[in-house]
Design a protein around this ligand. Structure first.
Ligand code: UD1
Length: 424
């Protein structure tokens, strides 16, 4: 079992460069299914989720070439239209292939992702949207079969501004004749990055960055070269890591506007945040104030940073309430933080946190991607040695986090599972 060992108490100092956004790179790579032309995608992070999407695209018939952070996708053979359970269960974002496959081949057979560590995560909003575009679907033994004789442009009002559903319906409608309007669309920055990529491929989309997207279907999309935006959740992770260690770090390559809700909160909590020549400086104050947070869709406080904020609050002065409104199971880090000495009580979807003087290092297990990052932050702040397992979750979404934190002066190491070598 791989583990991370942290000897806590070091103030982080120095510079860290932010990688390309996982949640933007995934739909953009999947959107290459909309064309047979070659697409070159730059600034793609080196992550397990990216390996999964590459395996999925290869399974569907795409040829992939990867060199450092550049991935080239071209058509290899006839594209298949099925996404098997083995790949979908590894990563829910695999359901995003449904949109492009439906648009191009008028059919898609996708395994349902099922529940996952942070909640039920159904795909009803995606399916309702496909129906509005003229597709029919049936669900059998955990697979959904979508087909359409002809897709038609439509007005779709999403029940909830789901990020994945907005992306799926956007991709489909780029190739549907006529004008499709998606209302109550998600406005997370990753959507705008996908829209920019699609526009570079020849799609006609207006309303970028707003909750009303208009898509004018075109006959064909072409290939392009596109650079993925930087990862706002990784940025947020380093912002909080500086505050929790009373550090002084410079973050390079992030987009400040993507983290405004976090920056506003962390300033009130006492950290100093400044921007200079495109980089962000975060300086801890040594005294963290207790500040309540409720997760919301963008531009509200992101659910992906909620477990990290809660970790910061465990060592704050006073009491705070952290409320999760987007995913039902995203308070799972609490049990592990309590093992480290945190004082947290859960009532419904809220966590009531009383700040303690310090956390104490111990053995903890990550239950999902962001809980893994939260436990790393807890380990950085804790007294003594913290040992974190469950790292398969971390590998999905943080590029070289151990190396980056080490560079910032953390006492952290990754111990990879020893391979047992036989002599025979
Ligand atoms: C994406 C992000 C994830 C982030 C989330 C919210 C990727 C790969 N993942 O996930 O990191 O935490 O946005 O910002 O980009 N829902 C339904 N029915 C649906 C679709 C969603 O009920 O058809 C519910 C979900 O169960 C969840 C909420 O809506 O409770 C938000 O989901 P959604 O915005 O779709 O998130 P994802 O696209 O899965």
């Amino acid at each position: 079992m791989d583990k991370i060992i942290i000897n806590g108490g070091k103030k982080l100092k120095g510079e860290v460069k932010i990688s390309g956004s996982k949640n933007a790179a995934l739909p953009i790579l999947i959107a290459t299914l909309l064309t047979d032309d070659k697409c070159t995608i730059k600034n793609v992070p080196d992550l397990e989720d990216i390996n999964t999407v590459i395996a999925l695209l290869r399974h569907l018939g795409k040829k992939i070439h990867r060199k450092e952070d550049i991935i080239t996708v071209s058509a290899d053979k006839n594209i298949r239209s099925d996404a098997p359970y083995e790949l979908v269960c590894k990563m829910r974002a695999s359901v995003l292939v449904a949109g492009p496959l439906l648009a191009r081949f008028k059919k898609a057979d996708i395994s349902l992702p099922g529940g996952c560590a942070i909640g039920l995560r159904p795909i009803n909003i995606h399916l309702d949207g496909f129906k509005r575009l003229g597709a029919k679907y049936k669900i059998n033994k955990g697979d959904v079969f979508l087909k359409a004789s002809k897709l038609k442009a439509s007005k779709i009002i999403l029940d909830f501004p789901s990020v994945g559903a907005t992306e799926n319906l956007l991709m489909t409608s780029t190739l549907v004749e006529g004008e499709t309007i998606i209302e109550n669309a998600a406005i997370e920055p990753e959507i705008a990055d996908l829209v920019n990529f699609l526009i570079n491929c020849g799609a006609k989309i207006s309303g970028i960055g707003t909750s009303k997207l208009k898509v004018f279907g075109v006959k064909k999309l072409k290939g392009c070269t596109y650079t993925v935006m930087s990862d706002r959740i990784e940025t947020g992770t380093y912002i909080i890591s500086s505050a929790i260690t009373n550090g002084d770090i410079k973050i390079i390559g992030s987009i400040m506007e993507h983290n405004e809700s976090l920056i506003e909160k962390i300033r009130v909590a006492g950290a100093k945040v400044s921007r200079k020549n495109g980089s962000l400086k975060i300086k801890g104050s040594g005294k963290i104030k207790s500040i309540d947070v409720e997760t919301q869709v963008f531009p509200g406080f992101p659910t992906d940073l909620q477990p990290l904020w809660m970790t910061l609050m465990t060592v704050s002065r006073g009491e705070s309430v952290i409320t999760e409104t987007v995913f039902e199971n995203r308070l799972r880090t609490v049990a592990e933080l309590i093992r480290m000495g945190a004082d947290i009580k859960i009532k419904g979807s809220s966590a009531f946190v009383k700040g303690v003087k310090n956390l104490t290092g111990t053995k903890v297990v990550a239950s999902d991607l962001r809980s893994a990052a939260a436990l790393i932050l807890a380990g950085l702040a804790a007294k003594g040695k913290t040992e974190i397992t469950g790292l398969e979750h971390l590998y999905r979404g943080y590029e070289n986090i151990v190396g980056k934190l080490k560079n910032l002066g953390a006492d952290i190491k990754l111990i990879k599972k020893q391979r047992v070598m036989s002599n025979g």
